[in-house]
Design a protein around this ligand. Sequence first.
Ligand SMILES: N[C@@H](CCC(=O)N[C@@H](CS)C(=O)NCC(=O)O)C(=O)O
Length: 223
Amino acid sequence: MLLLQFSTSHYCRKARLALGYKKIPYQVKNLTPGLHALQLKPLTGLTTVPVLIPDSATGKAIADSTHILTFLENYCPEPTFFLAKKPQQTEASMLEDWLDESIGTATRFVYYDYRSGAGKQIDPSLFSQLVIAVVQKQYGINQASVELAASRIASCLAELSGRWQNSMYLVGDRFSIADIAAAALLSPLALIPYYQEQYPWLFERIAQIHQLCGEPLPPGINQ
Ligand SMILES: N[C@@H](CCC(=O)N[C@@H](CS)C(=O)NCC(=O)O)C(=O)O
């Protein structure tokens, strides 16, 4: 299998966690931001990564991390990350979709805002700051949208703390796509001191899930 990705994308991290959990061998191809659309559009009709190509001979390409997880579950049912009871699987799917569509975007806003301000020293190079400025413009990252994103993340973490602090799992009694989505899509917060100080349990759980899936820890989380 081949995973087309940006190495730093938290959505691509989500696909890698799923591949790792199922111990499916794969290779990655890192695309160049800016040129990626030229490669992806003809393949999937979209411009986003991750994209999974299960078999280069068929030319089939799967876009969107949610679709990739569903494909992987059908391709390799064990170990499963779908829950046996239908209401629980529905709850896990809803959490996964919310984390994808709302929270993954919110972490991007807060992360890039931090990287261009208080966290500039992480990489003050002209190139890095230029990339960050382009991303901020592309997604409309400004003071108002960052405040909105931060309040979404606060609500999300209040919800997750009730779940992850009482159980190893966000839904039911087994590891699910909700745990994978949360571990990947909240991981950019690990570089921001405020979140490290306020939510130590979050980064412990993110680290455990990365270990379970055989994926290197995200920047900002140490062994
Ligand atoms: N809902 C999508 C979101 C993926 C996404 O936003 N990917 C970003 C990188 S983090 C991307 O490819 N951006 C480039 C673009 O939109 O052209 C998924 O789950 O795969």
